[in-house]
Design a binder for this molecule. Structure first.
Ligand code: FES
Length: 244
């Protein structure tokens, strides 16, 4: 019998708490729904659309859709996975994501999600953005060409660190990460390697200048098991680079 506070996800019952989104309820029940911009510590942003699911026949983002009793959710079905692959392909061509040469390979949520949904090519022509690389900070580096616009660093810096160091500027494919300082340079801010914002990037934009290969590639979180088996467990929780 279906619980009064439960919905069906791909034919399995998922119970939820009041206020849960479809995504938070699914992850709390160890049911993986692909997602990028959502984070358990912050309000959902709803920008990446990778968490798209079919809700009673309509496509909705799981991170911003409130769980309701009796909903029928389909996530791991081919039409939804096709759309996820297209969204991920667009993210890939809008940035520079050369995984084999990226310091975050094996602990990048974008790379791990691509593997899980079976994206095997770019499909679209790469746009080859050239956004400014910022090496002005003594301990941290910003590679803006990898930004997926999730705003997690913006939220972490303002809501946790209380520093308001980051924002997003521009529109569409010209959107890029802005440093709120006179010359848009991280070295002009009081950001430190201990800030939450320094650890929250799900891709490889905010990097430490030292210690990135302390854990060798091939032995990292998503090298060892697919992100679908880890759910809410994120690389930032287990793989913090040593403070320089
Ligand atoms: Fe839901 Fe990005 S995780 S829109």
């Amino acid at each position: 019998m279906t619980s009064e506070r439960a919905f069906t996800l791909d034919d399995t019952e998922v119970e939820f708490e009041p206020g849960d989104s479809l995504l938070t309820a699914a992850l709390a029940s160890d049911r993986y729904i692909p997602h990028l911009c959502a984070h358990p510590d912050f309000s959902p942003h709803g920008s990446c659309r990778v968490c798209l699911v079919e809700v009673d026949g309509h496509n909705r983002p799981a991170c911003t859709t409130a769980a309701q009793p009796g909903m029928t959710i389909r996530s791991d079905i081919e039409p939804i996975n096709v759309m996820r692959r297209q969204l991920l392909q667009l993210l890939f061509v809008e940035g520079n994501h050369f995984c084999p040469s990226c310091e975050q390979s094996g602990q990048c949520q974008l790379q791990a999600t691509v593997y899980t949904v079976g994206m095997t090519d770019l499909h679209y022509p790469p746009l080859g953005p050239r956004r400014e690389l910022d090496a002005s900070h003594p301990d941290l580096l910003l590679d803006r060409d990898r930004c997926i616009g999730c705003e997690l660093c913006v939220k972490a810096s303002s809501e946790v660190d209380q520093k308001h160091i980051f924002s997003l500027g521009g529109r569409g494919t010209h959107t890029q990460l802005i440093v709120n300082s006179e010359h848009n340079q991280l070295g002009e801010t009081d950001m430190t390697p201990d800030d939450r914002a320094a650890h929250i990037c799900p891709v490889g934009v905010i990097l430490f200048k030292t210690g990135n290969y302390a854990q060798p590639t091939g032995q990292r979180l998503y090298d060892q098991q697919p992100i679908s088996a880890i759910g809410n467990h994120r690389a930032e929780d287990v793989d913090l680079p040593p403070t320089p």
